[in-house]
Write a protein that binds this ligand. Structure first.
Ligand code: HEM
Length: 273
């Protein structure tokens, strides 16, 4: 990360970018403060010098990448980035999610559409596509396959969440699947429904699952609610690059570049940072 592009939380605060309430969100989730950095890539056409002193109302290109420097945080920030990319690509869903939260500001837990957006993001872009490697502690047979003792096993989470037998139109972003009346309305992502196991399942299920959920859901909801997300001039939502970069984690091949346009009254952004 280039130092010029790095602002810590207090700098964000000083520059009136309080809206992200970044430390507040994370301090709610962890016992002690964590060093948090937002990585910003400024809009080239406005000029770097001007951009660095720009006020909140100026539009800046934002690379949404919250770096805490560990795997758990990267999976969470990458999920938020994917969710915002999908919402930017589907402005109708973003608008409905904003209206949903407009009506229930005080209880983010009761945001069925936003919860469905997060589930659909976990399904379409599972942050750990091949889970983590596991080793068979003894020889066994699974569905007719012999697994020798000591074999390394990877669970293809991506393939499971893209299986057309479970997920009609598996490549489409359809949060409505998880809404009341949708085919998957009662499906959860916490390891009991094997059609979607972004955190794994069973004894070795992700031990940071609660923390991950507590970071992803409110961050995605806050960023979606606080801003309209506009693409650089000339780029249409349907042309947004959604290529995935595979590895231990599934991240965007190209970082999301979008303009956060404040949509609430200024007082709404005066959170404590
Ligand atoms: C969106 C967020 C996250 C996702 C999608 C995710 C996903 C996963 C997956 C798929 C596994 C492998 C589970 C298995 O083998 O069945 C795993 C394991 C693990 N995760 Fe996460 N994770 C996330 C966040 C976190 C966070 C925030 C932490 C810690 C702060 C964390 C810590 C761990 C640890 C320690 C394991 C190994 C558990 C074990 O083998 O007993 N994860 N995670």
């Amino acid at each position: 990360m280039h130092p010029e592009h790095t602002l810590n939380c207090s700098e964000v605060h000083n520059r009136h970018w309080r809206v992200f309430r970044c430390s507040m969100l994370l301090h709610e989730s962890v016992e002690k403060p964590v060093s948090i950095y937002l990585e910003w890539t400024w809009s080239r056409d406005k000029g770097r010098a001007e951009s660095r002193t720009a006020s909140m109302r100026k539009r800046l290109a934002l690379r949404l990448s919250m770096v805490i420097g560990n795997y758990g945080a990267n999976t969470s920030s990458s999920t938020v980035e994917w969710a915002l990319a999908e919402l930017t690509r589907h402005p109708d869903v973003l608008k409905r999610a904003q209206l949903e939260r407009d009506s229930v500001v005080r209880d983010p837990a009761s945001l069925p559409l936003m919860q469905a957006v997060v589930k659909e993001t976990f399904r379409l872009h599972p942050p750990t596509p091949l889970s983590l490697p596991l080793m068979a502690s003894e020889a066994c047979e699974v569905s007719g396959y012999s697994v020798p003792k000591g074999a390394t096993l990877l669970v293809n989470i991506w393939a499971i969440t893209h299986d057309p037998a479970s997920w009609p139109e598996p490549l489409e972003f359809r949060p409505a699947r998880f809404l009341p009346g949708g085919r998957h309305e009662s499906i959860d992502v916490k390891g009991k429904d094997f059609e979607i196991i972004p955190f794994g399942a069973g004894r070795r299920v992700c031990s940071g699952m609660s923390l991950g959920m507590r970071m992803v859901q409110p961050m995605a909801a806050t960023l979606a609610h606080g801003f309209d997300w506009r693409l650089p001039a000339g780029m249409r939502p349907e042309n947004l690059d959604m290529e995935e970069a595979y590895g231990l984690k599934l991240q965007r091949a190209a970082p999301l570049m979008a303009y956060p346009v404040p949509r609430l009254v200024p007082a709404a952004y005066e959170g404590r940072c």
